[in-house]
Design a binder for this molecule. Structure first.
Ligand code: ADP
Length: 453
């Protein structure tokens, strides 16, 4: 970069601080494998490794109309899927905005709101006959201690949700009660984590899919595990030999042993609504990458390395720097970095920026995103090492805006796997973007559960 000597020095230091070296990646992977094994062995481990009660694989011949409801991302989504057999389906979808006060208010109000949305959807768009109750797959993308295919208690909130009267309660019972209160003829047939839904949806098309990952507002992963390896499984003797595990991998490194925390991560964590929790997620997912970047920029402003020491009200605001800006800045190839300038000067109202300032900010965005990708790859490597798929190859479905939009995210992941295990092995791992797959997966799981009941 052609900034001042101080800017160049700061950039070198930041690239160093945000780099996940191959050696560090190895240590993280090793710890990942250990934590997975603990989670499969007993309750209360750092990485919970939750049995999903999803055992079969889809055949592609499934038929019928099913509802899917998705809570836990940016919007509440209601979908109606018509499975037509032969791998074919059609979908109608509607999004509803969840107000901030609902995210942190009484859980009963949130459930009433959801029931109203579903009611609205059925009335406006649904093609079901309402003379019998409609089967619904509920994608609830939070840490749930699943006790049956449609039963599970909430362990803790993440991603900015913090409703009262919900922890340790069965979220399906709470939602089903709201449907009853509102006289909405819907039966919650399956409670599904979005990672599990993503995995199942992709498996419908690519039967060898063994893992589903979310890299969106939050991050998490699910994979097919041999029942014999789920030591803590207390269910009756079963006719199946594998079950999908919802890892809840965002909790990884609660003990702060191996992740490369910086002062910017610590600041974010301290000021978050869940300090000392979800530490892996806070380095990787969309909710946080903008805020980490903001912290770095502000530090450099205070050192008078950026913007002649001038900040702005917008930049000073917590969460004021969106993760989407990172992607926009990183793809900016204009000579004067016009898109970076637009975000800094127009959107964030910083009085003026030099070309050097803009280059530094772009470099910060690259460093933060690249670190997220390399850490995600460590999680993937941990799972593949544990299952043994590292030797045979794997199909992995990934959903989420961070993976989809941050430039070269997949390339950075693949590079990390190559450094760890060599080209041949890394080339056998196939990532595919499974956009909005979780709803379809949830509808399919609802169908499988309904047929089995
Ligand atoms: P969900 O909320 O269901 O996970 P997404 O997968 O769209 O939905 O993820 C939303 C997250 O992705 C938000 O945290 C947002 O900041 C981030 N995001 C949105 N657009 C982009 C982008 N272009 N590049 C990187 N991150 C983005």
């Amino acid at each position: 970069i052609d900034g001042t000597p101080e800017q160049q020095e700061a950039m070198t230091a930041l690239h160093h601080e945000f780099n996940v070296t191959t050696q560090r990646a190895r240590t993280i992977v090793q710890q990942f494998v250990e934590e997975m094994e603990k989670g499969l062995d007993h309750e209360g481990a750092t990485v919970p490794m939750i049995p999903s009660f999803v055992t079969g694989r889809p055949t592609g011949q499934e038929k019928g109309k099913y509802l899917a409801l998705d809570l836990g991302g940016t919007n509440l989504r209601v979908c109606e899927f018509e499975l037509k057999g032969d791998g074919d389906f059609s979908v109608h979808q509607q999004k509803y905005v969840v107000a901030e006060e609902l995210k942190t208010g009484d859980m009963r109000h949130l459930c009433d709101f959801i029931a109203d949305c579903v009611d609205n959807f059925i009335t406006e768009f649904g093609s079901h006959h309402v003379d019998h109750s409609i089967q619904l797959g509920f994608t609830f993308s939070f840490a749930v201690n699943q006790t049956d295919i449609n039963r599970g208690t909430l362990m803790h909130w993440t991603k900015g949700f913090n409703c009262t009267n919900a922890i340790h309660k069965d979220v399906v019972v709470l939602l089903q009660d709201a449907f009853l209160r509102k006289n909405v003829q819907v039966h919650v047939a399956a409670l599904v984590n979005d990672t599990v839904g993503t995995l199942m949806a992709n498996a419908y098309r690519y039967p060898k899919t063994s893992m589903g990952i979310i890299l969106g507002t939050g991050t998490n992963a699910a994979y097919y595990e041999k029942l014999g390896k789920i030591k803590k499984w207390k269910g009756a003797e079963q006719v199946f030999d594998e079950m999908v595990i919802n890892m809840e991998w965002g909790t990884f490194d609660l003990e702060r042993r191996v992740l490369p925390f910086t002062i910017y991560d610590n600041k974010l964590d301290r000021e978050s609504i869940n300090p000392r929790k979800q530490l892996f997620e806070k380095m990787i997912s969309g909710m946080y990458l903008g805020e980490i970047t903001r912290n770095v920029i502000l530090q450099l402003v205070d050192e008078r390395i950026l913007f002649s020491g001038e900040s702005s009200a917008d930049l000073n605001k917590q969460w004021g720097f969106e993760t989407a800006y990172l992607s926009t800045m990183v793809v900016d190839d204009t000579p004067q970095l016009d898109h970076v300038r637009h975000i800094l000067e127009e959107t964030l109202q910083i009085p003026s920026t030099t070309h050097g300032d803009r280059q530094v900010v772009k470099e910060i965005a690259i460093a933060v995103g690249r670190r997220a990708a390399r850490l995600s790859a460590c999680g993937v490597a941990g799972v593949l090492l544990h299952t043994g798929d590292i030797h045979t190859g794997a199909d992995i479905a990934i959903d989420g805006s961070v993976y989809e939009h941050f430039p070269h995210f997949e390339k950075y992941m693949v590079e990390t796997l190559q450094e760890l295990y060599g080209q041949d092995i890394a080339n056998q791992v196939r990532f595919s973007l499974a956009r909005d797959g979780s709803g379809f997966g949830a509808a399919m799981i609802a169908m499988m559960a309904h047929k089995a009941s």
